[in-house]
Design a protein around this ligand. Sequence first.
Ligand SMILES: Cc1cc2nc3c(=O)[nH]c(=O)nc-3n(C[C@H](O)[C@H](O)[C@H](O)COP(=O)(O)OP(=O)(O)OC[C@H]3O[C@@H](n4cnc5c(N)ncnc54)[C@H](O)[C@@H]3O)c2cc1C
Length: 452
Amino acid sequence: LMELNREHFAALERVLPAERVYFDEAELVEFAGDKWGRGDLADVLVRPRSTEEVSLVLGWASSHGVAVTTRGSGWGYVGGAMVRRGGILLSLDRMNGIREISGNDFVAVVEAGVVTGELQRAVRARGLFYPPDPASAEHCSIGGNVATNAGGPRCLKYGVTRQYVLGLEVVLADGRILELGGRSHKNVTGFDLLGLFVGSEGMLGVVTGATLKLLPYPAARLGVAAVFADLAGAARAVQAIFEAGLLPCACEIADEFTYRVFQRMNGEAETGGAHLLVEVDGSVAGTLAEIREVEAVLLGAGALSLRMALDEAGVEALWATRRQFSLALTASRAVKLNEDVVVPRGKLVELVRFAGELGKRYGVDIACFGHAGDGNIHVNLLLDSGEGAEAILDELFRQVLAWGGAITGEHGIGMAKARWWREAVSAEVDEVHRTVKGALDPLGILNPGKWL
Ligand SMILES: Cc1cc2nc3c(=O)[nH]c(=O)nc-3n(C[C@H](O)[C@H](O)[C@H](O)COP(=O)(O)OP(=O)(O)OC[C@H]3O[C@@H](n4cnc5c(N)ncnc54)[C@H](O)[C@@H]3O)c2cc1C
C-alpha cells in the first residue's frame, strides 16, 4: 500500500465536500480504535453522508492504493476498527438515518451508522421487534453488528444478526455499489452473498445500508432470576428447562465469583452461589403458563432462591442486575480481558471448571458469565496488567477448539484474536478466505493488517 503525504489526501477534499474530511490530530485521536485498544492514527478521517460519497472515497483509495479502515461506533471488542497501516479511517457515524419502517412488510431500511438501540426503540414504538440485542446496543451501529454478525442474550430463541439481514447495500473496494437481497423475507436467488458480507469485519466491502427483518413485538415478557449453590447446578437447571420442552428467549448464567463481586460492589449481603436469569416472551396467557413451568423446573433443579418478574418492568429490573455483572468485574481490577468463547452446549460445565483450574494454575482470577443456552460464555481474565495473558489464552482456546467449540462466538477475530486464527481454522478454510478476499479486494486496501 502507498505511503502518502497530506497533499495527496488533500485531494479527497476535491472529491468530497470539505466538511467530510478531517486532518486534525484531536479528531483522529477521538475516532481511533475501539474498546480493545487505540492502535495507530489514520492519516485522514472521512465521515461521509451517503453511499455515493463512500463510493467516491473507495474509488479514490483504490486508484491510489490507499488503506481504508471502516468504523461504525468503535464499540468492538477485538480491535477490528483499529488502524494498522495509516490511510483513511472511514467512519459511518453520520450515516445514521432510519430510511423506513414498514409494518406491512415487517422490515426496517436503515443507514449503516444507525445506533442499534435507537432502531430497537423506533420499531418498538410501532409495535415491532428487532431482536438482536448485543449488550453494547446503546452505542454500537447496525453496520458494526452486520460486520461482526453480532449476537446477544436473545439469540437463544431468535438467532443472531445474520437471521435479520434481508438486504444490504455494500460498496466494494473499487467503489462499485452492490445491492443484495431486498425486502422479501425469503430469497434464494444465487449464492448467499448477504451471508458472505455478514461477519466479514470490514474486509470485503463497506456496508452503507441494510434492510432488516422485523417481528411483531411480543405481547408479554416475563422472567425469573435464581440462585444456585454453584455454576454446575445452574447449568444443569438450564438443561432441565430444555428437557421440559421449553425454549426461553434468554438463559443467562454467572458463576459464583462474578455474583460475589457484583454483590460486594452493590453493598449487598454476600449470599454466595451462582446466578441464572431466564426470560420468556410471547402471548400473555402463554408466557404466564411458561414462567410457572420454568419456576417449577428451577425449584426441582435445586434453586436456593427465586425472584419472579411478572411484567416487563420487572424483567427489565432483572436485566439491570445482570448488566452490572460485567461492570462490577471491570471495576474490580486494572485489566479485564473478556473472551467470548463458545462450546457445544454439553461442554458448558466443563468449560467453567477448566477456566477455574486455569486461573488457579496461573494465579489469576477468572470469572465466567454469559449466554448459557448457546454455550457462549464470557471468560474474563482479571489482571493487574495485560502481561502473561497470552499463555492463559493459548491454553483456553486450544481446549475450546478440542471440544469442537470456537474461539469467538460474538466479537470476531479483529486484531485481538489474529494470533489464533490459523489454529482455529484448517489450511483449506484459510485459503478460501484468502481467495474470496483477493477476488473482492485485490489490492488489499480494506482493513489491512488484521487477521488475513
Ligand atoms: C460493553 C460491551 C458489550 C458488548 N456486548 C456484545 C454482545 O452482547 N454481543 C456482541 O455480539 N457483541 C458485543 N460487543 C461487541 C461489539 O459491541 C459488537 O461487535 C458491535 O457489533 C460493534 O459495533 P460497532 O458499530 O461499534 O463496530 P466497530 O467497533 O466500529 O467495528 C467493528 C468491526 O466492524 C467493521 N465495520 C463497522 N462498521 C462497518 C460497516 N458499515 N461496513 C463494514 N464494516 C464495518 C469494522 O471495520 C470492525 O472490523 C460488546 C462490546 C462492548 C464494549
